[in-house]
Ligand binder design. Structure first.
Ligand SMILES: Cc1cc2nc3c(=O)[nH]c(=O)nc-3n(C[C@H](O)[C@H](O)[C@H](O)COP(=O)(O)OP(=O)(O)OC[C@H]3O[C@@H](n4cnc5c(N)ncnc54)[C@H](O)[C@@H]3O)c2cc1C
Ligand code: FES
Length: 284
């Protein structure tokens, strides 16, 4: 087996893929909530991805990614047996599980892939874990069976009502709390706007909240400043201080504004890659 070789590839929906990659040194030290930074080739950009799981015996790590732009579309061209140029990790702090008894994890869209290892990690540490998985529509639902087999309660909601219950994740959070469910912590992982409102609801109910943030990253070691965000008025780096933060302290407007910085460049790079590869291989 070669370093960074893809040993397994499974398509989860039209644009999400589950990979297992041979990276024994990373797998040996990985903990739930941590991420890696990879490059598809020696000229590639560095992108961060959460480890959805790891197996220190097999030396593999699990990555679940959405093909949304240049690098993730290039990843989509790789098959079992192909290798990434390099993978650095584990990076970031592991999920804090100490003392937690009852947790509600809320995942939105791609965020469900990031929430998956975190929810399982909390369950494995002995907490009761409920999870709300939110998606736009039925075709995008992922990881439902895997989560149901591990967690205490899993609620699936879709914006258009095509699967599970109709509504947003925030509606379901409010419903669970109004039914008298109590939690030590609510964890939000998904689009910043969803995390902002989930954390706001948690605050209204005096429940601590945690948000797993996905800022732009370059080095992943606190050197470049690319992932700087404001937490409680202080500058923090998502890569070394996070990726999980107290949701009540996040400056959401700052995060949302920063996530739009490179929209034009991203759109150009995506168009270029689609031209080179003949489009997205969604139906492989
Ligand atoms: C700590 C961390 C963990 C992550 N884990 C995962 C994961 O497990 N699975 C996964 O699919 N994605 C994850 N992401 C997001 C992932 O890094 C981006 O989707 C990826 O960098 C996009 O690169 P690209 O070149 O394909 O697209 P780009 O052209 O760079 O971006 C395309 C679109 O993707 C979105 N995007 C770009 N960068 C980010 C980012 N850092 N965070 C959120 N959205 C972004 C934007 O909407 C952008 O318009 C994570 C990000 C961070 C910071
Ligand atoms: S990615 Fe460079 S400081 Fe965090």
């Amino acid at each position: 087996m070669k370093d960074f070789e893809i040993t397994y590839k499974k398509r989860l929906n039209s644009n999400m893929v589950w990979l297992k990659v041979y990276a024994p040194l990373v797998a040996k030290h990985a903990k739930p909530g941590q991420f890696i930074i990879l490059r598809t080739d020696e000229f590639g950009e560095r992108i961060p991805l959460t480890m959805a799981g790891h197996d220190s015996k097999d030396g593999t790590i699990d990555l679940i990614y959405a093909a949304v732009g240049k690098t993730t579309l290039l990843m989509d061209q790789l098959e079992k047996g192909d290798c990434f140029a390099d993978i650095v990790g584990p990076l970031g702090n592991p999920t804090e599980t100490k003392g937690l008894k009852q947790v509600l994890v809320v995942g939105g869209g791609t965020g469900n892939a990031l929430a998956y290892p975190l929810a399982i990690g909390m369950k494995d540490a002995g907490a009761q874990v409920d999870m709300i998985e939110g998606f736009k529509t039925k075709d995008l639902v992922i990881l439902e069976d895997e989560l149901r087999s591990k967690l205490d309660n899993v609620y699936v909601v879709t914006d258009d009502g095509s699967y599970g219950e109709k509504g947003f994740t925030t509606d379901k959070v409010k419903e669970l709390l109004s039914q008298g469910n109590s939690y030590d912590e609510i964890v939000a992982v998904g689009p910043p706007i969803m995390m902002k409102y989930v954390c706001q609801i948690a605050k209204e109910h005096s429940i601590p909240s945690v948000a797993s943030l996905t800022a732009y990253m370059v080095d992943g070691t606190g050197m470049c400043g690319g992932c700087r965000i404001k937490i409680g008025g202080e500058d923090k780096f998502v890569c070394v201080d996070g990726p999980e933060f107290d949701g009540s302290l996040v400056d959401w407007e700052d995060l949302i504004n920063r996530s739009k910085y490179y929209s034009k460049q991203e759109a150009n790079a995506k168009a270029h890659i689609c031209t080179l590869t003949g489009g997205v291989r969604y139906h492989a």
